[in-house]
Design a protein. Structure first.
Length: 228
């Protein structure tokens, strides 16, 4: 994807706000690192690598939201070459591979992420990949795990939504997304309009009404206009 096409696609899909959100998170992580690394006497080169890894991963996700999947995969794999233990890069790469319907590879990345962090969010992504690949038995097992975990710790309803959606239960998927909105889980559903995992719901009146409540279309249109 040529750079001009990349930015054109960002404009068309109105993903600038998502890119800004990722940039803000990256900035916060870098600021935190700049405070704590010296405390632990980390050498300067560690900070440089930390910044490069984060910015590479963020660029990969910007490509993902612009539907530049091949470019996203290349970028995220570069990130993992620099830091094979970077949890978020495995999660992000899994999402991109799932968007390309390479579910076996996506499952592999999610499993690597799970080995690094047992966050329920990754479990939901794993369930989505299993269901999408036709392995409904494993997907249902993961749904049960998520339900059990939700009685012990916070589990975003978004995780339930994507598994239900891959199981072709749109009613439960929408109900879960609506609950996520009621829970004010903005970090999970803030990119509802550009999240490829939710594509099957696009055009559904209920989904479009929910998306409008989360991010009004006029705000996206305004962002697109002002970015030109």
């Amino acid at each position: 994807m040529k750079i001009e096409n990349f930015f054109a696609e960002l404009k068309r899909r109105n993903v600038y706000k998502v890119a800004v959100a990722y940039a803000v998170v990256a900035w916060l992580l870098i600021q935190a690192a700049s405070i704590f690394f010296p405390v632990f006497d980390a050498p300067p080169w560690v900070m440089k690598i930390f910044i490069i890894v984060i910015t590479n991963a963020d660029l990969g996700m910007n490509y993902y939201y612009a539907r530049g999947y091949d470019e996203a995969i290349t970028q995220l794999r570069k990130t993992l070459e620099m830091d094979p233990g970077y949890y978020y890069a495995h999660v992000d790469l899994g999402q991109v591979l799932a968007a390309k319907r390479a579910f076996g590879d996506a499952i592999s990345e999610y499993q690597k992420a799970r080995a690094l962090n047992d966050a329920p969010f990754v479990l939901g992504l794993l369930g989505h990949a299993y269901a999408s690949s036709g392995n409904k038995t494993e997907a249902l097992k993961i749904l049960d795990q998520l339900k059990e975990l939700s009685s012990q710790r916070y589990v975003s309803m978004y995780s339930f939504a994507i598994v239900y959606l891959a199981l072709d239960d749109k009613q439960e998927a929408f109900r879960s997304l609506e609950q996520s909105y009621q829970d004010r889980a903005g970090a999970d559903i803030g990119w509802i309009r550009v999240d490829s995992l939710l594509d099957p719901l696009h055009g559904d009146p209920g989904f479009e009404a929910l998306a409008e409540k989360i991010i009004p279309a006029r705000e996206f249109a305004k962002a697109s206009t002002t970015s030109k």
